[in-house]
Design a protein around this ligand. Structure first.
Ligand code: GDP
Length: 182
């Protein structure tokens, strides 16, 4: 799907969301793609994706963003989920330490199955729940520095930094992949 062309955009990219169950991946995606938030955990199982088009300069970039939709609960994510993806948001929940501890595993899997040029943004979600925080901001920053990826804390619920996290990933993908071929 690299640099694919579509009728209504100049570039079409695939990106994926990964991370432990219930960290907020689906809500981050629905906030970004549809500006919606859902209080209940979703009942559906299976891969889902959503699109959003953004303008960078005079180009229209369409991001196709895949959500695991619960498959991680059964360790059922396969290499096809990562295939062709140029970016990933790797998400943990700042109120649940184990979701942060699991990041090494997700990053390892990304490197194994993903493209070597994959743009990764580490996301600490649920920043609105600061009173229940189990992962300090500095922990997220240090891991991001160690892994040489970007980092942001977000709240899908309060719509804080969600747009910024996705846009950072998408514009970086555009810079890396499209400028080479222009
Ligand atoms: P997923 O399994 O990673 O896709 O997680 P979901 O998007 O289904 O969210 C799991 C639960 O966390 C749901 O009850 C959401 O309402 C809640 N949630 C998601 N994002 C936030 C957030 O930013 N703040 C708060 N307080 N709750 C959130």
């Amino acid at each position: 799907m690299n640099n694919s062309f579509d009728e209504d955009c100049d570039y079409l990219f695939k990106a994926v969301l990964i991370g432990y169950s219930a960290v907020g991946k689906s809500n981050l995606l629905s906030r970004f793609a549809k500006d919606e938030f859902c209080l209940d955990s979703k009942p559906t199982i299976g891969v889902e994706f959503a699109y959003r088009s953004i303008r960078v300069g005079d180009k229209i970039i369409k991001a196709q963003i895949w959500d695991t939709a619960g498959q991680e609960r059964f360790r059922a994510i396969t290499s096809s989920y990562y295939r062709g993806a140029l970016g990933a948001l790797v998400v943990y929940d700042i109120t649940r330490r184990p979701t942060f501890e699991s990041l090494r595993k997700w990053l390892k899997e990304l490197r194994e199955f993903g493209s070597p040029e994959m743009v990764v943004v580490l996301v600490g979600n649920k920043s609105d729940l600061g009173q229940s925080r189990e992962v300090n901001l500095e922990d997220g920053q240090s891991l991001a520095q160690l892994e040489q990826v970007s980092f942001m804390e977000t709240s899908a619920k309060e719509n804080l930094n969600v747009e910024e996290a996705f846009l950072q990933m998408i514009t970086r993908i555009y810079e890396i992949t499209c400028h080479k071929s222009l």
